[in-house]
Design a protein around this ligand. Sequence first.
Ligand SMILES: Nc1ncnc2c1ncn2[C@@H]1O[C@H](COP(=O)(O)OP(=O)(O)OP(=O)(O)O)[C@@H](O)[C@H]1O
Ligand SMILES: [Mg+2]
Length: 271
Amino acid sequence: MVQFDDNPARKNIVELRNIKQTYDGGQNWIIENLDLIIEDKPNQGQFVVILGMSGSGKSTLLRYIAGLQEPSSGLVKLNDRPLGDDNRASMVFQQYSSLPWMTVLENVALALQYKGISRKEREAKAMEIIKTMGLEGHENKYAQYPTLSGGQLQRVAIGRSLLANSNILLMDEPFGALDIKTRLHMQDLLTSLWRKFQSTIIFVTHDIAEAVYLADDIYILRANPGQVAKHIHVDLPLERDRNTKRDPRFIELVHEVEDAMIELTEVVRSE
Ligand SMILES: Nc1ncnc2c1ncn2[C@@H]1O[C@H](COP(=O)(O)OP(=O)(O)OP(=O)(O)O)[C@@H](O)[C@H]1O
Ligand SMILES: [Mg+2]
């Protein structure tokens, strides 16, 4: 299991401690003694990738941080404070999470709906993000397929989440349904976004090459029960492009992650 230090001087953007999850009153523990601590890196941001077999608790973990679910027991903190209405992260799901009866502009502006900001100001801020996301010209279209493509719809969802809270962005297999070219483009867009907004992005994927390409840090979960079993720091240069994937260190890291994942499933099988 990954041990996180207990330095009180350290500021944490996300802190999950001693998390336990059961859905049947304690007969089966889906998650047990899970710790995950992500240090705050102000004025810098970071990209954290969570990998793990199906059922290991990746989506559950993101739901805790988004305040969509509470664990059976354990501590969840964001920005060194308990979760609350003014302290939760936004989530981008695998399936497009936009409201198809609203336009792109309305969908993005929705992020500011309950924040006491005038409609005009909400729409002005939404337009800024729409431009950043490369969606200018589409703002009055309905956010639905096939009016917008899969990649465009995911950009609407990312834009809304950034506007709601650019501090922490949770992404649960967001590019799973995209074709390879759109997916590669979205990976690079995301890399430029976290640098621009200095966000902490917590990203779940099953694609190991995608994980290594995007991440500063990778955490691998084991299943039965779900726990953070391994931490791999991605010591590649911060600036990444298609050539990064040909870097011998990139290839080495992909193998390292793959080996760690195979080893973890073998431990589970032999128990
Ligand atoms: N409401 C529920 N009742 C019972 N079991 C649940 C419930 N919600 C989740 N689980 C179980 O919790 C475990 C973790 O689920 P979770 O969705 O977090 O996994 P995951 O790592 O995201 O998997 P995947 O890679 O397939 O998306 C799974 O075994 C799932 O069946
Ligand atoms: Mg999941």
